[in-house]
Design a protein around this ligand. Structure first.
Ligand code: FAD
Ligand code: NAP
Length: 309
């Protein structure tokens, strides 16, 4: 019987693991389906993590976190949790290999995944020129032209990163104002090899057997179609939370969620189900920052220790 099962090994899950084990819980397992570190390991540059003055990659920022947790006894299982149920006071965790484990408390820290924009050709050419990760795939377009879609922090930061290695970046956005931080926008506007294509919708991404050949965009003002002959198309149009493991056989969720599927929690990261907590990007009103996810993880762990007595 686990004291605590942590689902997800991003900043929220890892920090919860650190606080829970260091705070005295003996039997804590963190389930992570991939490499620990979370979505930030796909980021090219972090400059807003407190105490980290130098700009670092996401991978570098997260490198030491799992090791620090292990020192205090956090167990890590590389596995996907497919289902969480509760009977009486005990939770049952089912993993992708169909094994089950019992736990007295559960923390959901499963974060989010990149959203698809939904334009023609996007799914068919995904992985063949359409990408949601500039640090993973940018290198393939060294010296070539690429398109970046979106107007948030992710799109603009990753467009800046791609502009360092690509011949030209087209930043395609459906409006003419951006959601990103002002300093990021200023940085982007100063780039000579980046062209803003604002007030444009995506018509389609098209390709051949080798992959993407280009992108067709349509002006929302003139209706004119423009062809951007870029073999790389990077889509950064937001993210969807990952909550599927809480789905029960009857289709309901184990705890309360909002319309977007985000987990409803109080300030202590407690859900409406005793012993079930949620932290980081997966919860309602998350600020979607590494430091906030880490803060949530520590808050949850402190309250879980109190809950378990
Ligand atoms: P995540 O980091 O998403 O971690 C969740 C983890 O859970 C993942 O590792 C996933 O594999 C795992 N998981 C999911 N489902 C399961 C399951 N069923 N079973 C087992 N494991 C599961 N924030 C900043 O503060 N500064 C930045 O500069 C910044 N830049 C960013 C750049 C990019 C490109 C992106 C995508 C995000 C950026 N962010 C930045 C946001 C930041 O990364 C997130 O807010 C933060 O990672 C959220 O942490 P989390 O632990 O809640 O979730
Ligand atoms: P986001 O802020 O939700 O931005 C998504 C962008 O994609 C918006 O500009 C949106 O346009 C556009 N978009 C959405 N659906 C679209 C579609 N179907 N077709 C075309 N465009 C579409 O998402 P994000 O940039 O991934 O950021 C997510 C969160 O993580 C934010 O809270 C962000 O601040 C945070 N984050 C922070 C940092 C940092 O601190 N440095 C870095 C990355 C992310 P509209 O603007 O018209 O809606």
């Amino acid at each position: 019987m686990l004291d605590l099962a942590i689902i997800g090994g991003g900043p929220a899950g890892l920090t919860a693991g650190l606080y829970a084990t260091r705070g005295g819980l003996d039997n804590v397992t963190m389930f992570e389906l991939g490499l620990p570190g979370g979505q930030i390991i796909t980021s090219s540059e972090i400059e807003n993590y407190p105490g980290q003055k130098e700009v670092v990659t996401g991978m570098a920022l997260m490198e030491e976190w799992p090791e620090q947790c292990k020192q205090f006894g956090l167990k890590h299982e590389m596995n996907e949790v497919t289902k969480v149920t509760k009977e009486g006071d005990i939770f049952t965790i089912t993993t992708a290999d169909k094994k089950t484990q019992e736990a007295r408390a559960v923390l959901l820290a499963t974060g989010s995944v990149p959203r698809r924009a939904g334009f023609k050709g996007e799914d068919a050419l995904f992985g063949k020129g359409v990408s949601t990760c500039a640090t993973c795939d940018g290198f393939f377009y060294k010296g070539k032209e690429v398109s970046v879609i979106g107007g948030g922090d992710t799109a603009i930061e990753e467009a800046i990163y791609l502009a360092k290695m690509c011949k030209k970046v087209y930043l395609v956005h459906r409006r003419d104002t951006y959601r990103a931080a002002p300093s990021t926008i200023a940085h982007m506007k100063a780039l000579e090899n980046l062209e803003e294509v604002t007030n444009h919708d995506i018509e389609e991404v098209y390709g051949d057997a080798m992959g993407v050949v280009g992108l067709k965009v349509k002006s929302k003002i003139t209706g004119e179609i423009r062809d951007l002959p870029t073999p790389g198309v990077f889509v950064f149009v937001g993210r969807d939370v990952l909550n599927t493991s809480l789905k029960q056989d009857d289709g309901t969720f184990l705890c309360a969620t909002n319309k977007a599927g985000e987990i409803v929690v109080d300030l202590g990261m407690r859900t409406n189900v005793p012993g079930l907590y949620a932290a980081g990007d997966v919860r309602i009103e998350a600020s979607k920052q590494v430091v906030c996810a880490a803060g949530d993880g520590s808050t949850a762990a402190i309250n879980i220790i109190e809950y378990l007595g």
